[in-house]
Design a protein around this ligand. Structure first.
Ligand SMILES: C[S@@+](CC[C@H](N)C(=O)[O-])C[C@H]1O[C@@H](n2cnc3c(N)ncnc32)[C@H](O)[C@@H]1O
Length: 180
């Protein structure tokens, strides 16, 4: 069992962390990662999974941010729509979005393969999934760390094509997959 994952744990952790989240995030998050994620986004109808306090997509008026944690959402500054929801049981049906973003949230999904399959179902044809995740096994006591091969397998199973896997530095990677 990892320290930050498991049934009910992400919600509990982020409800507690919410008052200090922006302060912590500012110290560990590299500004250039935000630019890279934003540049990878296609279209305006964007689903931000684990939107948190809105950091990644708060510039998009047509984005929808979902999060398990009401305490994170209460602190969000966001121009789009915010919904308390779990990606694993989404309040949307069918191909609705041009991009689904997981910025620091993919590894909290109880099943990565199923999480990506659900995201793919919500994507329009030619839509993309953009994932910013940790890439160092030093963090594996806390959250699962996936390799490029793992992302390829998850993408194949979800009917997506892995476009790129890029290490941003020793700790993080950016993954982009597309729906044919
Ligand atoms: C590390 S924070 C990232 C927040 C934001 N994306 C950012 O970059 O600042 C991860 C967020 O994912 C949310 N989360 C985890 N599992 C989720 C799920 N299954 N569905 C929706 N949100 C989830 C957590 O509640 C938390 O707010």
């Amino acid at each position: 069992m990892r320290l930050l994952t498991g049934p009910g744990r992400p919600k509990r952790v982020f409800d507690r962390l919410a008052p200090r989240y922006d302060w912590i995030n500012a110290r560990i998050y590299k500004r250039e990662w935000l630019d890279r994620v934003r540049r990878a986004i296609r279209g305006e109808r964007v689903l931000d999974v684990g939107v948190g306090t809105g950091f990644t997509t708060n510039h998009l008026t047509r984005a929808v941010g979902i999060d398990l944690s009401m305490e994170m959402l209460r602190r969000a500054r966001y121009r789009g729509h915010l919904v308390q929801a779990d990606l694993m049981d989404p309040p949307f049906r069918g191909p609705t979005f041009e991009t689904v973003v997981f910025a620091g949230s993919f590894y909290y999904m109880p099943s990565a393969a199923e999480g990506l399959r659900i995201a793919a179902e919500l994507l329009e044809s030619r839509g993309r999934v953009v994932i910013l995740s940790p890439a160092t096994f030093l963090l594996s006591p806390f959250v699962p760390i996936y390799t490029m091969q793992d992302y390829r397998e998850f993408s194949d199973r979800a009917g997506l094509r892995l476009l790129s896997y890029e290490r941003l530095n020793w700790a993080a990677c950016l993954v982009i997959a597309e729906k044919p």
